[in-house]
Design a binder for this molecule. Structure first.
Ligand SMILES: [Zn+2]
Length: 136
């Protein structure tokens, strides 16, 4: 299982200055790209759950155990203080992310196309890790 933090990336919505709409790329049935403007809403970032930061997944994505903390007494303090925190890669520390407004038909189409692209990226990331001798 890939840690969701490794897959976090900014949304492909180019938010307009008014923060009420944004531009997205939609592919038509011929695979041609079209830019559309869609209404957007702001949602709490699902990756950092609205904190704007999270613990670097290199530190704890495989789970930490009692031994990890016992081995280095300072580690727990550093960990709790957020010394290993990094800025959220999805929202860039903004704590909220743009989502297509629920009533937007183009927004729904874009979301489904984004879902397919996210799956492709997750598979690519998995393949790359396995090729580099990684473990599940
Ligand atoms: Zn975030």
């Amino acid at each position: 299982m890939t840690d969701h933090r490794y897959l976090a990336r900014p949304r492909d919505i180019e938010v307009h200055r008014n923060r009420l709409s944004g531009a997205v790329i939609i592919f038509d049935e011929n695979g041609d790209e079209f830019e559309h403007t869609i209404p957007i809403v702001w949602e709490v970032c699902p990756t950092c759950e609205g904190r704007g930061t999270y613990v670097n997944p290199d530190i704890d994505s495989h789970g930490l155990s009692r031994e990890d903390f016992d081995a280095d007494p300072d580690f727990l303090d550093d960990y709790m203080e957020g010394r290993y925190d990094i800025t959220c890669r999805e929202c860039g520390g903004e704590k909220v992310v743009p989502e297509p407004a629920p009533h937007s038909e183009v927004g729904k189409l874009w979301l489904s196309q984004e879902g397919e692209r996210a799956r492709d990226r997750a598979e690519d990331a998995y393949t790359m890790r396995m090729e580099n001798g990684g473990r599940d």
